[in-house]
Design a binder for this molecule. Structure first.
Ligand SMILES: Nc1c(NC[C@H](O)[C@H](O)[C@H](O)CO)[nH]c(=O)[nH]c1=O
Ligand SMILES: CC(=O)[C@@H](O)COP(=O)(O)O
Length: 159
């Protein structure tokens, strides 16, 4: 099922854990900031809506999505951080550069999550165009940031 067949901001909220004492780190790529800011707004709003405290949400920026893995590790190694959300948008260009970034960040975030035994959420859009990105950052297909935040919340019920 693709995002075009579902809305990224529509999900079950049954049985969510209490996150009133949880600390979330959100690492945001500055590349395509007009998109990634929308992802951050969606993620932050979702965490607050479902019980996180503003003071328990930490934000850090990195230059691009390729740096999200390192940014995630900076926070995942902190005992006080319960989950990390990585937000980025890698738009396909003329070359294969986007493929290398996407594979690197997907692998890197997984490594950080498994190494530090902590949820590290892949909130990275990999669209073919600016339009597809906007559609998934608060547009007709919802907001990937909402989905990433809800994924982090749900994963805390496993930890
Ligand atoms: N083209 C995009 C990039 N490129 C930059 C890389 O992420 C990285 O910062 C650079 O290669 C130096 O290591 N980043 C995005 O997040 N989105 C893009 O569309
Ligand atoms: C994903 C990217 O780095 C991209 O913006 C680079 O574009 P290009 O492949 O045309 O150099």
């Amino acid at each position: 099922m693709s995002s075009a067949d579902k809305n990224l901001s529509v999900f079950s909220t049954d049985g969510l854990p209490d996150i009133s004492q949880a600390t979330f780190a959100i690492v945001v790529a500055e590349w395509n900031h007009e998109i990634t800011e929308k992802l951050f707004e969606g993620a932050h709003a979702t965490l607050i809506r479902y019980g996180a405290k503003p003071e328990n949400i930490i934000r850090a920026n990195v230059p691009g999505s390729y740096e999200l893995s390192f940014g995630a590790q900076v926070f995942a190694r902190k005992i006080e951080v319960d989950a990390v959300i990585a937000l980025g948008c890698v738009i396909q260009g003329e070359t294969k550069h986007n493929d290398y970034i996407n594979h690197a960040v997907a692998h890197g975030l997984t490594q950080v999550s498994l190494t530090y035994h902590k949820p590290v959420i892949f909130g990275v859009l990999t669209p073919n165009s600016q339009e597809q990105a906007l559609d998934r950052a608060g547009g007709k297909h919802g907001n990937k940031g909402d989905e990433a935040a809800m994924t982090a919340i749900k994963m805390l019920s496993l930890v």
